[in-house]
Design a protein around this ligand. Structure first.
Ligand code: C2O
Ligand code: CU
Ligand code: CU
Length: 508
């Protein structure tokens, strides 16, 4: 009897508990579903394109008697009106936001007077540049608040669209997001003679693409819920211009696209899906133009494309949902469902006729995988490479100068990562075992790795040898980089040992 009553009561209690759990599950599920739905971003059709695209000025330089081209770059805090009447606190080089375009020729010696006008230390890294490790501007070359740093090197690489940005250990995302970034264009004689658009700011446009979010007039750099990739913004900006348009008066227009965003991956194309001639990747021109309709770019990557305009038309550069792999959850929260209207090009009624694009561009200087003397593996898993986080006093790899290596990079996560190597331009030998697509056939310093992807790279390390100063490799999703998804290598003469990185001498 007692047992029977007890069983009835138990059933009732269970039923009530079940109902409560059900209501909770529906509430939590509904909440999660709401967050999932709200995570999708699209500005397609929503941009007014009412602000003329700003073009970063070419940095003035002077040439000393010994032939060295000298630039001045000062990091400073300021404010910028992205919209009239709304002043946003920003950082910039020689100005309120972003920096001037540095430009030098292959063979030239350059020197940059970097001054830090901020009230905290930072660094300036020359992304994509082949140069001595002590000039690289990574975390080992901090410039103290109020201090200066004067790196100097000889430019010795093909014409390319490179860039510069801070690289302070643990603080890169913030420093770049506040506005510290600029382009560094390398020119060379061979490609200068090619029939490619090259009037800077007219038919040759630098496009620094960033995603941003505002709270009132100020930037909101907060990471939203479930964003394991880091910061994702709600709209895009080009060269610090919101809702930009640009008038063009030539039939062919070259766009130098730089993804200077913290974590956002773009898949650029045009709203009408017109053909795009891809002419260059991170480290320079391809052997010949490749016709594509989409150009995927993960943080840090660049592409040079040429687009054909018809008189009087407008064309909208759009970013389509990028293919970052992963399930529906990972895709949504890493921006894989997002679309942006990025820039409107307005063609004049009369367009300057352009010569057809050359059938061949250059002979890209790409390492040959058959020359590889050594293989290394890099396994990427949230905030670690090969299970370890960045340690500035640990040299992870010692590489002999003048040798070619094969690196296998595996993304073991359900979210996207990418992989950037300082000092070199590498060849993508294969992606998931298949030959690289056109967008991965040129010289690269950063490669996108969708969830679960594996890439094989051929890299040649030409030094100069310096056992004491390391170069970095890392995920260029800046939150991941800041978390320590980074390692270090030194380039040495045969038989030489790695020294102790300077950071450890200073005992920080
Ligand atoms: Cu663009 Cu190590 O960075
Ligand atoms: Cu770099
Ligand atoms: Cu990453």
């Amino acid at each position: 009897m007692f047992r029977f009553v007890g069983a009835v009561r138990l059933k009732r209690v269970l039923a009530v508990l079940g109902a409560v759990a059900g209501v909770l599950a529906v509430a939590v599920g509904g909440g999660v579903f709401w967050v999932w739905r709200a995570a999708e971003v699209s500005t397609v059709g929503a941009e007014a394109f009412d602000t003329e695209l700003r073009v970063p000025p070419v940095a003035p330089s002077r040439v000393r008697a010994d032939g060295t081209r000298v630039f001045d770059l000062r990091m400073q805090a300021g404010s910028t009106e992205f919209r009239p009447g709304a002043a946003t606190s920003t950082w910039g080089f020689n100005g309120g936001y972003l920096g001037p375009t540095l430009r030098a020729r292959r063979g030239e010696r350059v020197e940059v007077n970097v001054r830090n006008g901020l009230d905290e230390p930072s660094t300036v890294h020359w992304h994509g540049m082949h140069l001595p490790a002590a000039m690289d501007g990574g975390p080992h070359q901090p410039v103290p608040a109020g201090g200066a740093w004067t790196p100097s090197w000889t430019v010795n690489q093909p014409a390319a669209t490179l860039w510069y940005h801070p690289h302070p250990h643990g603080g890169t995302e913030q420093h770049v997001q506040r506005g510290l970034a600029g382009m560094f264009l390398v020119d060379d004689d061979a490609t200068q003679r090619l029939a490619l658009p090259h009037s800077y700011g007219a038919d040759d446009l630098p496009l620094i693409v960033q995603d941003v979010k505002f709270r009132g007039a100020q930037f909101d750099h907060g990471h939203a819920m479930f964003r394991d990739v880091g910061f994702l913004g709600t709209r895009t900006m080009v060269n610090g211009t919101l809702s930009p348009y640009r008038r063009v008066d030539a039939e062919l227009v070259r766009l130098r696209l730089l993804n200077a965003s913290a974590a956002r991956v773009y898949a650029f194309g045009f709203a009408d899906n017109r053909d795009i001639a891809l002419v260059g990747t991170d480290g320079g021109l391809l052997s010949h133009p490749e016709t594509v309709t989409r150009v995927p770019l993960s943080p840090g990557e660049r592409a040079e494309v040429v687009v054909r305009m018809r008189p009087g038309e407008t064309a909208v550069l759009r970013s389509y949902p990028p293919d970052g792999g992963g399930g529906f959850w990972g895709r949504r929260f890493s921006g894989g469902d997002d679309c942006f209207d990025v820039l409107q090009l307005r063609a004049a009624r009369q367009l300057r006729p352009a010569a057809p694009l050359p059938a061949t561009l250059t002979d890209p200087e790409l390492p040959d995988a058959r020359n590889a003397v050594r293989k290394r593996d890099f396994d990427l898993a949230m905030a670690t490479i090969n299970g370890r986080g960045m340690d500035m006093s640990r040299v992870d790899h010692t590489i002999v100068r003048g040798t070619t290596e094969l690196w296998t990079v595996r993304n073991q996560d359900g979210m996207p990562h990418n992989f950037h190597v300082h000092d070199v331009q590498f060849r993508v030998v294969d992606m998931n075992g298949a030959p690289p697509l056109p967008t991965l056939r040129g010289p690269k310093d950063t490669v996108f790795l969708p969830a679960g992807a594996t890439a094989t790279l051929a890299l040649r390390f030409d030094g100069p040898p310096d056992p004491d100063h390391p170069y970095m490799y890392h995920c260029h999703l800046l939150y991941h980089e800041d978390l320590g998804m980074m390692g270090q290598f030194v380039v040495v003469e045969p038989g030489q040992q790695a020294g102790a990185p300077p950071y450890s001498h200073h005992g920080h």
